[in-house]
Design a protein around this ligand. Sequence first.
Ligand code: GDP
Length: 304
Amino acid sequence: ESLDKGLEKTKTSFFSKLGKAVVGKSKVDDEVLDSLEEVLVSSDVGVNTTLKIIERIEARVNRDKYLGVQELNLILREEIAGLLSETNSGDETDYSIPKDKKPYVIMVVGVNGVGKTTTIGKLAYQFKKKGLKVVLGAADTFRAAAIDQLQVWADRVDVPIVRQEMGSDPASVAFDTLSSAVSQNADVVIIDTAGRLHNKVNLMNELTKVKRVMQKVVADTPHDVLLVLDGSTGQNAFEQAKQFTKATEVTSLAVTKLDGTAKGGVVIGISDEFQIPVKYIGVGEGIEDLQVFNKMEFVDSFFS
Ligand code: GDP
C-alpha cells in the first residue's frame, strides 16, 4: 500500500492521460496509437521503448483485427510487464543478498543530488534490520559534504563507516573499507563514490581504480555496481545512464524520487534501453522510503 501511496502521482497522471487520449473511442486505431505514443513519451518511457511498445500493440491489432479500447489497458499492462521481465527477474520482495559472498560488496555510483547518499542510508538500514552486519565506505572524497552526509546516515542507522579526509584517494578509502569489513566479518559493504560527470575520462579512471584496488582485498568485487538515478529528471536520467554505463559496468539501478513525479515511466524506459534490472525504487525522503523493485507491483500501480 505504501508503494501505491508513493507512486500516486505517476499512476494518476498516466491513467488520466491515457483515459483522455481514448475518450469517445471504441476501438484502437491509428489515432489512439498516436495518443498512446504521446502519453508514453510524456511519462518519460523514452522514445525507443515507446516505439517498441507501440509496435507490439500494432502487431496485436493487426493480428486480432479489432481491439477495443477497454482492452487496451490490459494489453498495455501485459506488454510493459513483458518488457520489464526481459531485464528484471522480478520476484524479489526483500533485501536478500547472496549468502556465498561475504562480504557482499555494493559500489554505488551516480551524480550528486540524485539521492545517492539517502539510498545508501536506506539500504544500510534495511540490511541491518535483517540482522546483517553493514560497513559503509565514504569513497566520494571530492566533496567534504558527501563524507559528512554519509556520516549522518551511518550515525542514524548505527553502522560503522570508514572515511578519510576530503581529497584523499577514493581507492584508498575503498581498500580500507573492505579490509575493515573483512576483519569485522561484515556481511555487506556499501561504497559511495564521487559522481562527477563533467570529466568522463576521470570518472572512468577513478571507478576502474577503485574496483582494481578493492579486488586486492576481496576477489571479484564489487559484486554489484548500483547506479542511482533521479526518476523525476526524465531525459537527464537517460543521459546519466548512458554516461555511467560507458564509464563502468553497471549491474543494477535504483530509481529515486518516484513519489514526487508524474514521470515514473522512466523506470520502464531505462531498464529496457540499457538492459539493466531495477533493484530499488525511492518513494520518499524517510528511512523507510525505499522499496525492492517488484515489476508486477510497479505495473499494477501504474495502471490500477
Ligand atoms: P546525493 O547528492 O546524490 O547523495 O543526494 P542525497 O542523498 O543527498 O539526496 C538529495 C535530496 O534528495 C535530499 O534532500 C533527499 O532527501 C532527497 N531524496 C532522496 N531520495 C528521495 C526520494 O526517493 N524521494 C524524495 N522525495 N526525495 C528524495
